[in-house]
Design a protein around this ligand. Structure first.
Ligand SMILES: CC(C)(COP(=O)(O)OP(=O)(O)OC[C@H]1O[C@@H](n2cnc3c(N)ncnc32)[C@H](O)[C@@H]1OP(=O)(O)O)[C@@H](O)C(=O)NCCC(=O)NCCSC(=O)C1=CCCCC1=O
Length: 361
């Protein structure tokens, strides 16, 4: 149930809140609200469990129907992660080897993405930290994203036994271009908030590190618009060498403060408030169409493939992440796997067990 209460937990790990709407200058507006839907699973980087997916759907549907709600803010607890996708513990310990149940789960996941894309209010993703895997997918389904400049963005599928077909393969080519989409969706190379902004998946970024009481830009990445010796833009790329060491030292001295992120999110919601509601909804609906069309074209096939893949690579990859650790690693030995598959290895339970990190010395 979602009521008009100001704040309530709609599952043990999702909070629904109606916060008073504000004008762009911060003045509170009586009788109007923004609905905040907050993932609350910080110890697992705000990854979503099945129950959380159900609650997110409920939250979006409820906010969509509330006539006094201006916009929806989708965010998460803490400053580490917005969301790192599906809960790998649940994937590894429950869904691995259960293709039909995972297919049912994917009905819910698809409904979550569709609930965001079909929300009758503009949706703002408040990116409080890393947005990875399915987290990136539900984030990109939102209409606007405003991020902490310490956040990182990327996919995990092909490293952990999945494919980024819960939205990213639909949205990324449209939003950042096919080539960078390949980089992210296949190689799983993550990018910084500065790079994400430059590539076009963020509306704005906010400094989040305070050193000696002052905000400083992310000290781990290059923030100047400069090129390397070969003429390639390095803005947003990780610093290296001495600059990186200095950046890390600054990071260690500072503290994370998301107040500037909150100010920017409220300001954006305030700008939305100063528009005709019907015209804004229509504009949002139209501007969503490229994402929605791509999503609707592929989501059912993707669901079926993901279900069956829980017998093979997902079974192996998510278990490897879940059963591995920093010492033995959390990925399979891809070269060994490829060699053995080329020799005809089958995805039997014994073979999957034997591929867990640290099992074969
Ligand atoms: C790269 C990471 C996101 C961050 O790495 P790092 O900063 O080194 O942190 P970790 O030590 O790895 O993680 C900290 C603790 O959080 C737990 N954690 C992180 N992510 C998850 C998760 N998704 N589910 C459950 N728990 C998670 C981690 O285990 C640590 O806890 P511990 O107790 O062990 O200390 C890295 O964390 C990472 O790669 N995470 C997994 C990302 C991932 O594979 N996500 C699922 C992708 S697939 C997906 O989302 C899909 C969506 C719909 C369609 C189908 C699909 O596959």
């Amino acid at each position: 149930m979602v009521s008009d209460a100001t704040r309530e937990a709609i599952s043990d790990k999702v909070i629904f809140e109606k916060r008073p709407a504000k004008l762009p200058d911060g003045t509170v507006v009586d009788g109007l609200y923004n609905a905040w839907i907050t993932l609350n699973n910080p110890s697992q980087y705000n990854s979503y469990t099945t129950d959380m997916v159900k609650a997110v759907i409920l939250g979006f549907r409820a906010a969509s129907n509330m006539r006094d709600v201006n916009a929806v803010v989708f965010t998460a607890v803490g400053d580490k992660a917005f969301c790192t996708g599906g809960n790998t513990k649940e994937y590894a310990e429950y869904y691995a080897g259960r293709p039909e149940e995972y297919r049912q789960y994917m009905r819910l996941f698809n409904d979550m993405v569709s609930a965001i894309l079909g929300c009758d209010k503009p949706v703002v993703c408040r990116v409080n930290g890393m947005r990875i895997g399915g987290g990136q997918e539900i984030g990109m389904a939102c209409d606007f994203s405003v991020a902490s400049d310490l956040a990182r963005f990327g996919q995990a599928g092909p490293k952990h036994g999945s494919a980024a077909i819960g939205g990213s393969t639909d949205f990324l080519p449209l939003m950042i271009g096919c080539e960078m989409a390949m980089n992210s969706g296949v190689l799983c190379e993550s990018f910084s908030a500065h790079e994400a902004m430059r590539l076009g998946i963020l509306t704005d970024i906010a400094p989040a590190l305070k050193v000696d009481g002052k905000f400083v830009p992310n000290p781990l990445v290059e923030t100047r618009m400069v090129t390397d010796e070969w003429g390639r833009i390095v803005h947003g790329k990780p610093k290296t060498g001495e600059a990186l060491a200095e950046g890390k030292a600054l990071m260690a001295r500072g503290e994370v403060d998301l107040s500037e992120l909150d100010r920017k999110v409220e300001e954006l919601c305030g700008k939305l408030l100063l528009t005709f509601p019907g015209c804004t909804t229509k504009s949002v609906e139209e501007l969503r169409k490229p994402k929605l069309n791509a999503w609707n074209m592929n989501k059912e096939n993707s669901r079926a493939w993901l279900g069956l893949n829980m017998m093979a690579e997902a079974n192996m990859g998510f278990r490897a992440f879940n059963e591995g650790n920093r010492e033995v690693g959390r990925e399979v030995d891809f070269v060994q796997l490829r060699r053995e598959l080329a020799d005809g290895a089958k995805f039997t339970p014994e073979y999957i067990d034997s591929m867990m990190p640290g099992v074969r010395k």
